[in-house]
Design a protein around this ligand. Structure first.
Ligand code: FAD
Length: 317
């Protein structure tokens, strides 16, 4: 059973969510073909996909594919599925993967399921578990068409590095100019060094920080940890922080390895954006704050005392 995996890159580096997609596919099949696009990705990155379970890498190295042009990507993936005979496509349920997967499903007449959190059950049919209601419940979905597309939720598959490298082959996509009729002319990074949706560590602040003038300590802690900064909705509503940092049901959904919530009460709408984080640390002066129920570790204390000490301790470590 051949599985095609769409591999995304950021500035030439394969994204971790795509490594998770490769690892997911490798847990199902021994015939995993990764597909990468654009000419700005390192050859060593492509060969290195073998360490995560890819047996072959197809590289559509057209320069026009350097940017995430969704319709062109969907066409390349559909062509690659056809030429490899892969009936299953696995990709990250990312801001790029999600719209691409929908287009590929139409083009290839495939069953599509997003937010997949577990390996498929093939004992009777082909069923997968997906996360629903912003992570509060799961649904088991049966995919009935011959072609199947699985968009994997971040952190759902464990990435293990092993020895190995994959052979890289060029893939000629032969794309028409009409595939590029909606062009990205430039991109601006919305946040600082680390992008919030991709971040492995997020340091987030709430109304408990009293005002925008107190965000220096949040930024300092984030800098020490190589983290992105986030905030609760009222904080961005009051313009203490920019709106793109607002985490939650109506903001950015994050799935970092570590989410540190400082002076945030833990309202259900905030938790909806963070509940697939691997580890949650809560710093709040109120021991009854609801966030403690969702926390792996909690510190009951005044953020203005705890955070500078924590930053100092990390710096000294
Ligand atoms: P508060 O609820 O005011 O909590 C502040 C916390 O800081 C308290 O727990 C307090 O004990 C603590 N604190 C105070 N001083 C200190 C100190 N010195 N040291 C340590 N701790 C201290 N909210 C979101 O965040 N994201 C969303 O996407 C979102 N979507 C929403 C959608 C809808 C439809 C609605 C109705 C609401 C939504 N909200 C959302 C708002 C949400 O319900 C909460 O009101 C909000 O999350 C509260 O923000 P907060 O925790 O920063 O503030």
């Amino acid at each position: 059973m051949s599985i095609l995996v769409f591999v995304e890159n950021a500035d030439g580096q394969v994204k971790k969510t795509s490594l998770e997609a490769v690892a997911y596919a490798a847990a199902i099949s021994e015939d995993v073909i990764a597909l990468a696009m654009g000419n700005n990705i390192d050859q060593s990155e492509l060969e290195g996909l073998g360490k995560y379970g890819a047996t072959k890498v197809l590289h559509a190295d057209d320069e026009k594919l350097n940017q995430g042009i969704i319709q062109a990507y969907a066409t390349v993936i559909s062509k690659a599925m056809e030429s490899t005979g892969a009936d299953i496509l696995v990709l990250a349920n990312s801001s790029l993967g999600a719209p691409v997967s929908a287009r590929v499903a139409i083009k290839t007449d495939a069953s599509l399921v997003s937010n997949v959190v577990d390996l498929p059950d093939t004992s009777a049919g082909f069923k997968v578990k997906r996360s629903i209601y912003t992570g509060k419940a799961f649904a088991n979905v049966e995919l009935t068409k011959d072609k199947k597309i699985l968009a994997i939720k971040k952190n759902a598959a464990e990435v293990k590095e092993a020895d190995g490298s994959a052979a890289v082959e060029k893939f000629a996509a032969d794309l028409a100019d009409s595939e590029f009729d909606a062009k990205i002319t430039n991109t601006d990074k919305a946040t600082g060094e680390v992008l919030l949706p991709e971040a492995e560590i997020v340091v987030s602040g709430g109304r408990g920080l009293k005002g925008p003038e107190n965000w220096g300590m949040i930024e300092e802690l984030a800098k020490e940890l190589g983290a992105a900064t986030g905030c609760s909705k009222p904080v961005s509503d009051m313009e203490w922080r920019p709106h793109h940092e607002h985490v939650g049901q109506t903001g950015v959904k994050v799935s970092p390895q570590l989410y540190i919530a400082i002076g945030i009460s833990g309202a259900i709408q905030h938790l909806a954006g963070v509940n697939s984080s691997k580890n949650i640390v809560v710093i709040n002066k109120d021991p009854e704050a609801p966030f403690f129920k969702a926390a792996d570790y909690g510190i009951v204390g005044d953020a203005f005392e705890v955070v500078p000490k924590l930053t100092e301790a990390i710096r000294a470590a």
